[in-house]
Design a protein around this ligand. Structure first.
Ligand SMILES: Nc1ncnc2c1ncn2[C@@H]1O[C@H](COP(=O)(O)OP(=O)(O)O)[C@@H](O)[C@H]1O
Ligand SMILES: CC(C)(COP(=O)(O)O)[C@@H](O)C(=O)NCCC(=O)O
Length: 307
């Protein structure tokens, strides 16, 4: 693990000392909600890693709002409410959505007077029909498979303070964009944007997604571990979600298990690992914070950008 010199590298032991509180101020109900969402999540990680992170985000958000007020005052413009946007990047299956949900839950609980929302960039993938027409169905997740212009316009609308903004929705069950279904973003105080591409420069635009994010996180791990998590998730889904007759992988779940796992390995090697190596990992050093995970998803290092 070689990170550039402009990061503080904290071990888990060092990072946990930044926790403001000795006991996580969560109700049994909130803890139950986190466990219900992912029962393998380590509560020790919530305490040691995510709580200090939420406090850091709180400080960053306060500094952001202060800067916005100063800017408006200088420009003699009215002070507008603009959401603080957090970007979460990293490989497929590294645990981005889990990290995003934990942060969303913790912030919703701790800042009960604030409106926290979460969105994934999957919704901005082109529908399968469009990917097929462009001959890039096997490039799902690669830069050219996203409507980056639409994603940038969406983020611009969020920052402009529009009251209700619709974003398209992706389904991992149908493996496609859901026609006529949308996520509604309703003037949040904090918007978490999670997706493999949140630190990328869109090939079709002159502006980064990260130009709209105020704090960016990259979830990192060795690729052989991520492969294991990808295959474990796939194996678990064969017994659960894929059993649904409407699921994209239903016929795979009914067939031979070894064949199914061979196919998943091929998807990992030829699509998701390739994407990680060529397009996702090169964006890691743009993140404000890097969460490094080891065996069992346990966080062993947190890197925080110095400048
Ligand atoms: N902190 C964690 N503890 C235990 N399991 C986790 C953790 N984070 C992710 N996972 C598991 O790893 C797999 C990938 O996580 P997920 O959040 O779906 O990744 P991504 O959104 O990056 O594709 C899932 O099976 C998830 O349950
Ligand atoms: C939709 C995705 C590109 C996005 O991944 P995520 O942000 O959910 O980690 C990915 O889940 C995907 O479908 N990749 C294509 C190859 C595969 O089926 O894994």
């Amino acid at each position: 693990m070689a990170y550039p010199m402009n990061y503080y590298d904290f071990t888990r032991e060092e990072w946990r000392r930044f926790a403001r509180e000795q006991v996580v101020p969560l109700t049994p109900e909130s803890l139950r909600q986190i466990k219900a969402f992912n029962d393998r999540i380590s509560m020790q990680d919530v305490r040691d890693i995510y709580m200090p992170l939420v406090r850091l985000i709180q400080a960053e958000a306060a500094a952001y709002h202060e800067r916005q007020v100063k800017k408006s005052t200088f420009l003699h413009k009215p002070i507008r409410h603009t959401p603080f946007i957090i970007g979460i990047a990293g490989s497929v299956a590294v645990g981005k959505s889990t990290t995003a949900r934990v942060l969303e839950m913790l912030m919703t609980h701790l800042f009960s007077d604030r409106h926290i929302q979460l969105i994934t960039t999957d919704g901005f993938l082109y529908p399968n029909a469009e990917l097929k027409e462009r001959g890039i169905m096997n490039r799902k997740g690669f830069p050219e498979s996203y409507d980056m212009g639409a994603l940038i316009r969406f983020l611009n609308d969020v920052k402009s303070g529009k009251q209700v903004i619709r974003a398209p929705k992706y389904s991992h069950a149908t493996y496609d964009i859901l026609p006529h279904e949308y996520e509604e973003i309703t003037d949040p105080d904090v918007l978490i944007v999670e997706g493999i591409n949140t630190l990328q420069l869109p090939s079709t635009e002159q502006i980064y997604i990260s130009d709209f994010t105020d704090f960016s996180i990259y979830v990192d791990a060795e690729s052989n571990l991520i492969e294991k998590w990808f295959l474990d998730r796939f194996a678990a889904l064969l017994d659960t979600a894929f059993q649904d007759p409407t699921n994209y992988y239903h016929s795979t779940a009914l067939g031979d298990r070894q064949e199914a796992m061979k196919m998943a390995e091929k998807v990992w090697q030829e699509i998701d690992l390739k994407n990680l190596t060529e397009y996702i990992l090169p964006t890691r050093n743009r993140a404000d914070l890097i969460i490094h995970k080891t065996e069992g998803h346990l966080v062993d290092h947190v890197l925080f950008r110095k400048y």
